[in-house]
Design a protein. Sequence first.
Length: 266
Amino acid sequence: MWPDLWLLENQLPLFILNDLFNLAKTAAYDDEYEGLSLITITFGFAQAVLTVLPIENSLLEIFFLQATHFLDWLRLSLQPSQEPIKTEFQAQNIPSAMELHQGGVKFQLGSSKTLLDISFNKGTLESPFLTVYDNSVSFYRNILAFENMHGYSRYFNDYVIMMSYLVNTAKDAELLIQNGVIGLGNSERLSSVFRSLVKESSLSGNFQYSGLVENLNIHCGHRCNKWKAILKQNYFNTPWASISVVAAVILLVLTCIQTACSIVAL
């Protein structure tokens, strides 16, 4: 029944659930409730959620006392660990994973356990591990709806938009899977998941990843980064390709030396 507890229409104020739980602690069943509380029981079934959304247990514990509903609990726990740098930007400037790859950007599994902590540093885009299951779409959709309905900061909304651009095609998704950022074998399924979710999202001028997007575009706009990426991806992608390139360079150098020596001899 745990998926039903996260549906938007099934949200009950946590203080009501806590009062009902306390009422159940009658003298006849006092021993059975010893050491139990609403938060300990909730943590038990929340472990299934953690397979869908990577959230630190410590964050869940901290924000449970602040939350008004189960979905609010997740919303609070998913907030970025620090306020992102924001700038003015246009949505069409958000690059896909393949475009970033061709611009010399590397992909790496992020150290943060907060799903929304996507960062870019020294040419590497870091993102926490994401696994998409069959029930993920419904789960994400309810968080989006709850966030928008109550007028909260649209952190998850912006994450969905960012991911929809990053995994715009199956090739984008396959690239992230190969780099260990996403755990999903079906790349077609991944791109369709975010294309479906982004229809229920809205892009505003307060987009939390605007600064990140600007830095990515600046990096990809440098010609030297593109040239390095082309050399690595086309000529140094395998050991044999690297050997062939080195051999060709050595042959070219020897040919130039021989030509120079012939000219000097004349």
